[in-house]
Design a protein around this ligand. Structure first.
Ligand code: NAD
Length: 454
């Protein structure tokens, strides 16, 4: 088949058909990107900054349209989808300041002047998953472009619509032809070609740990630069001295945001045993109150899962006889629905406890003391995010330092801000995105010595 069918996960109606890019077309796009990069890196810093701001403005003028595409094509609740489109604008705006601040260093040496330059890598291949098509696209695209690279983005098969539209908006905003290209297609064709092609200097991959390992191995063959953002199985640690009402009221959102299809999902709630019963009493009404339904409705908090196959996979973690403590609701009829589900008590070897479910399933596990909480939180190959609830500042800092994960929040669940670094420890990834240092991931340091003595 030469086309993908984009299906509305809430209604199962066909939204669009999108042509698959072939390997030959991918090669042609890479050639265009190489040519465009020579001109793009030579655009004066203030002009490159201005073009990125114009791009941000074009996105801002189309927030509703982009949000609508994500509601229809990915089933995201409309409020969330508007925030995601806004994030593309904000990430572009943040990195539009970078071209004029790409300062090198002057290092004291004998016999001359020593200076460093942050040179663009060249062509960057950006491979994006289906769970947050817009934000994750922007996290790679904006700093890569700001640093003077050209970018080829491959959206996920099921969710190409917003990336395609953002590619059009880039051109409308004046970003030159070939600087930012979007190639919808298969991972095994377009994604693989980006990894294998010698003219692509860097890969930014977000997706599953399994595919990430293969991408890293592929990049190793050419010593190609690579950033990986992979899976997670994060802990939400609730100590007895915490504000239990707030911890319980916010735990569903931390686990079920984007229907749990979130690499940062706090899908393991760890609760100090002395307050377990009270916490469960508070959690139950919060879970039952999650509004699951039509993503187009502003009141909806949780939409459907992305596909029937994914819903079946999520459901397989809750077989007959699973220890369901309580669950929320989900609509009947068409759509890939799954209710918010709390499992407790779970065995330590239950796949729902050990594996990334990537759906609205959360486990609750008791712990005795601080050391046990840290040990449980770290007993996973992943290390992406997590939360700590306590009123003891010293404990908050001790536990935050001890948990092996890239993004932690204390007495809250926020984790992704465009101005702060994001990425994983252990098998959750390699490298960091966002924040002031992300430009380092899209540049090479060049050292130049200029003799002053003959
Ligand atoms: P996936 O690994 O199946 O696919 C991700 C992307 O890789 C898609 O565009 C796919 O087409 C492409 N791809 C697949 N095979 C490829 C190959 N051989 N060569 C090149 N590209 C290939 O992941 P998914 O199911 O789309 O996304 C869900 C996963 O992403 C979850 O594990 C989730 O935790 C992870 N994720 C991580 C982060 C993070 O920042 N750490 C963010 C979001 C999602």
């Amino acid at each position: 088949m030469s086309e993908f069918t984009v299906v509305n996960p809430a209604s199962e109606e066909i939204v669009a058909a999108v042509a698959r890019t072939t390997a030959g077309e991918t090669d042609a796009a890479i050639e265009r990107a190489v040519i465009a990069q020579a001109a793009w890196r030579a655009v004066a810093p203030a002009d490159r900054a201005g073009l990125l701001r114009a791009f941000a403005g074009a996105v801002d003028a189309h927030i509703e349209e982009l949000a609508g595409l994500e509601v229809a094509g990915a089933g995201h609740p409309v409020g969330q989808a508007r925030w995601e489109a806004g994030q593309v604008r904000d990430v572009l705006t943040y990195y539009s300041a970078a071209p004029e601040r790409a300062c090198g260093r002057q290092i004291p040496v004998a016999g001359g002047l020593d200076v460093t330059f942050a040179e663009p890598i060249g062509v960057v291949g950006l491979i994006v998953p289906w769970n947050f098509p817009m934000p994750i696209l922007s996290w790679g695209m904006a700093p890569a472009l700001a640093a003077g690279n050209t970018v080829i983005a491959k959206p996920a098969e099921m969710t190409p619509l917003t990336a395609i539209r953002i590619g059009e908006l880039a051109l409308e905003a004046g970003i030159p032809d070939g600087v930012f290209q979007v190639l919808p297609g298969k991972g095994s064709v377009v994604g693989q070609r980006l990894v294998d092609h010698p003219a692509v200097g860097k890969i930014v991959f977000t997706g599953s740990t399994e595919v990430g390992r293969e991408i890293m191995a592929g990049c190793a063959r050419r010593v190609k630069r690579v950033t990986l953002e992979l899976g997670g199985k994060s802990a939400n640690i609730v100590f007895a001295d915490a504000d239990l009402e707030r911890a319980a009221a916010t735990a569903p959102q931390a686990a079920f945001d984007n229907a749990g299809q979130d690499c940062c999902s706090r899908s393991r709630i760890l609760v100090q045993r002395s307050v377990l019963e009270k916490f469960m009493e508070l959690l139950e009404p919060a879970v039952k109150a999650v509004t699951v339904g039509d993503p187009a409705s502003a009141a909806t908090q949780m939409g459907p899962l992305i596909s029937a196959a994914h819903r079946d996979r999520v459901a397989s973690y809750v077989p007959d006889g699973a220890p369901v403590a309580f669950r929320g609701t989900a609509p009947d009829g068409p759509g890939h629905w799954y209710p918010p589900t709390v499992l407790a008590p779970v065995r330590m070897d239950d796949p729902a406890y050990t594996e990334e479910v990537f759906g609205p399933v959360v486990t609750v596990t008791p712990f005795e003391d601080e050391a046990a909480a840290v040990a449980l939180a770290n007993d996973t190959p992943y290390g992406l995010s997590g939360s700590i609830w306590t009123r003891d500042v010293g404990r908050a800092i001790r536990v935050a330092r001890a948990v092996e994960t890239g993004n932690l929040s204390v007495n809250s669940h926020s984790s992704v801000r465009y101005s702060t670094p994001f990425g994983g420890f252990k098998q959750s990834g390699l490298g960091r995105e966002l924040g002031p240092d992300a430009l380092d991931a899209f540049t090479e340091v060049k050292n130049v010595f200029i003799a002053t003595e003959g």
